[in-house]
Design a protein around this ligand. Structure first.
Ligand SMILES: C[S@@+](CC[C@H](N)C(=O)[O-])C[C@H]1O[C@@H](n2cnc3c(N)ncnc32)[C@H](O)[C@@H]1O
Length: 270
């Protein structure tokens, strides 16, 4: 698959979250004393939370996205800006000096972890950094509805092909940055046996020049896998909804919104 990093400024132009997510996370964090966002990207959730009065720490692996988050913080008025801290790190293994009463993984961030082991490592780090009554809150696109259409025998792609043909791409949207317009097309490859989705966004400037690609490899989870995945890391699923309005999760839900806490047995010995 395309290995060049996704240019952060192009990423930020296109990936703007899911309608209702900022209000949802702001409600969930109201009154919390310390919030940690894993995979904070260019800081759109951090900004909304800080504006609503929360103290937030954003952890992000990509230095260019983190720099965009820092620039965004500089543009905020002082009281909100001072409530935001940023750290470069990996959500699969981090060690911070405090615990948090809310840990968030918004906008399918957990799907960036491409193996069950990585997912468990991340959730174990979450468990180690949650206060006893703290909550992990995450959202992602729901994959159950399309995954069940897959043939169980679909072959695993063992040698990923790094080349994406132009014919694979479908028009998606046009975006504009500093007067330059990009036509964005999208291609995806799905490997159901691995619950793997590779999506490439191709940005073609109307001014000409070579296109830029942004690759987002993902390993999605099914709703039925969440309780076990949490349990393996010492967490317990508290609720699962199908949207940000609190409707129950159903097989045809487009969104998956989960809240978890430390499993009671994890409280002892901390
Ligand atoms: C889908 S984006 C969500 C960004 C942000 N939370 C939002 O809602 O706009 C996932 C983010 O996680 C970051 N990420 C992926 N793997 C990571 C890892 N192992 N550790 C830390 N950040 C990671 C990506 O760089 C990206 O910014």
């Amino acid at each position: 698959m395309s290995e060049a990093p996704y240019p952060a400024d192009l990423y930020a132009l296109l990936h703007r979250g899911t309608p209702g997510d900022l209000a949802f996370y702001s409600r969930q964090c109201a009154g919390a004393s310390a919030v940690l966002e894993l995979g904070c990207g260019y800081g759109r959730v951090l900004e909304a939370l800080a504006r609503a009065g929360s103290r937030v720490l954003g952890l992000e692996r990509d230095g260019d996205l983190l720099a965009l988050a820092a620039a965004r913080r500089r543009r905020l008025e002082a009281p909100a800006a001072q409530r935001i801290a940023l750290v470069r790190g990996d959500m699969r293994h981090f060690e911070l000096t405090r615990r948090f009463d809310r840990i968030l993984i918004p906008h399918s961030g957990l799907y960036c972890l491409l193996s069950e082991v990585d997912c468990t490592r991340c959730l174990e780090c979450v468990a180690a950094h949650l206060t006893d009554d703290g909550l992990l809150i995450l959202d992602a696109y729901a994959a159950d509805s399309f995954h069940q259409l897959a043939e169980a025998t679909t072959p695993l792609r063992t040698t990923p092909d790094p080349h994406w043909e132009d014919e694979e791409f479908e028009p998606l949207v046009s975006v504009e940055q500093n007067g330059r317009v990009y036509d964005v097309t999208e291609a995806s490859r799905w490997t159901p046996a691995q619950q793997r989705l590779d999506v490439v966004y191709r940005y073609r400037s109307r001014d000409g020049g070579a296109p830029s690609d942004g690759h987002i490899p993902q390993r999605y989870l099914l709703a039925s896998q969440l309780p076990g995945q949490f349990e393996a890391a010492g967490l317990q699923l508290l609720s699962l909804h199908g949207d940000f309005r609190g409707n129950p999760f159903r097989e045809d839900s487009e969104q998956l919104v989960a809240v978890a806490r430390l499993a009671p047995r994890s409280w002892s010995g901390r």
